[in-house]
Design a protein around this ligand. Sequence first.
Ligand SMILES: [Mg+2]
Ligand SMILES: [Zn+2]
Length: 182
Amino acid sequence: MEFLSKMLEPASVKQKPALFLDRDGVINIEKNYLHKKEDFDFMDGIFDLCQYYLDKGYYIIVVTNQSGIARKYYSQKDFIKLTSWMLDVFKEHGISIDKVYHCPHHPDISGECECRKPKAGMLFEAAKDFSIDLVNSILIGDSERDIEAAHKAGLKETYLFTSEPQETQASRNIHTLKELLC
Ligand SMILES: [Mg+2]
Ligand SMILES: [Zn+2]
């Protein structure tokens, strides 16, 4: 009977950890207010990294601040277009990203919001949409803001992707994405 009731548990009860990725400076080389695919250069090792965590059973979720939208450097539509192109390139590499969350706000322009990192709004939103084991999830960011957001959401494993060693609250500094494949 106990076995049967386990079998009948809805699939949504089973939590999986997520690999949370910042976009600019992690998925692609950081360029200020990037919004065109011509300027989008994928980071070395990003596809292998995603494949590695997919194989381990992680969700892959992008959480990105896009204040360029509030600043009107580019539109929501530009962002969505670039995102759908990016997701297609991932698919060509056999990787399906579960979801991309973005914050289009900037406090000076559109007022305070709950989604802009270092707040954890986007991670909590993801946890509402998917059955995510937050504590055992991982975040990779290139800014202390990303790390702060992750810690607010209860993640323990965080990596600051940086070319130079930096003071960080993250579990560790990484200089290449390949360092995480072991
Ligand atoms: Mg970044
Ligand atoms: Zn926001």
